[in-house]
Design a protein around this ligand. Structure first.
Ligand SMILES: [Zn+2]
Ligand SMILES: [Zn+2]
Ligand SMILES: [Zn+2]
Length: 268
């Protein structure tokens, strides 16, 4: 199995709707500088008959996948950057039939109760597959396990994913409020981990207390010297590590960590 990184920015993306910083202005002027929201694709190969599963449906989903080749979609939680792309699979968009949608019971409830998500179920665009904490499902090419993670200010619960290929396992945890012992253990057990790197430091934005994430500096401190290959994703437009030419990016590399970039692939 291969894992392809389809994007690695926080929900607000780059350019960010509210921002006039150099990074966001450059992305407005030149589409090549724009960066897509965090999500990954599980696949076998580039061949047409390859299986493909999407993890998180972002507002950028139209640029990230084609609906006709997807075998299923996994959703981590009910925030802008993770679930709203699902609407593109409905009748105004791809108009899929019975696309397997792996979600927790709380996320299912949220979809069934809220328009316009409700229409996806009512029109048969998706087929809900119950997928909760500590559940595991066989998929073509391997298997995927769900583990609850800690993320506040959300009406659904939040899942992280351990993805098992033939030889390796990859832990995906793009968006959390804080590390727990459980999620740190999962990260340490994996060969590769793609983890929340929203902010470099707590001073980076004024409303950090409202929208906390484990900052990159803390995660590197906690995981220094581990055998797991760790890559950061879900990077905010304000995070200096988003740019390749910064001291912060250099520090990440020197300390043995990486930054997930669109197009990166990992073989499991
Ligand atoms: Zn997010
Ligand atoms: Zn910005
Ligand atoms: Zn979130």
């Amino acid at each position: 199995m291969k894992i392809e990184v389809l994007g690695s920015t926080q929900d607000g993306g780059v350019p960010h709707l509210e921002c006039g910083c150099d990074v966001c202005e450059a992305a407005r002027e030149n589409p090549e500088e724009a960066k897509r929201n965090a999500s990954i694709l599980l696949k076998d190969s580039e061949e047409e008959d390859s299986f493909r599963y999407l993890v998180d449906a972002t507002p950028d989903v139209r640029y990230q996948v084609k609906a006709d080749y997807l075998d299923g979609v996994f959703i981590s939680h009910g925030h802008l950057g993770h679930i709203t792309g699902l609407l593109q699979f409905g009748e105004e968009g791809a108009n899929k039939t019975d696309l397997p949608l792996y979600v927790s019971d709380k996320t299912e409830d949220y979809i069934r109760k809220n328009d316009p998500f409700r229409l996806l179920v009512d029109k048969g665009n998706v087929e809900i597959m119950s997928f909760n904490d500590e559940d595991e499902v066989d998929i073509q090419g391997g298997r995927i396990e769900a583990f609850e993670a800690r993320h506040n200010r959300v009406n659904t619960d939040t899942l992280s994913f351990m993805i098992h290929g033939e030889e390796k396992k990859l832990f995906y945890i793009a968006d959390i409020h804080e590390w727990t012992e459980k999620t740190l253990n999962l990260m340490q057990q994996a060969d590769i981990a793609i983890v929340d790197g929203t902010f470099w430091s707590e001073e980076e934005i004024e409303r950090y207390e409202e929208v906390p994430h484990p900052v990159m500096k803390e995660t590197m401190h906690l995981a220094e010297g581990w055998d797991t290959d760790i890559y950061f994703t879900h990077i905010n437009h304000t995070n200096p590590a988003l740019r390749k030419d910064t001291d912060e990016r250099q520090e990440i590399q020197e300390r043995g960590f990486g930054v997930a970039e669109q197009g990166m692939e990992f073989e499991l």
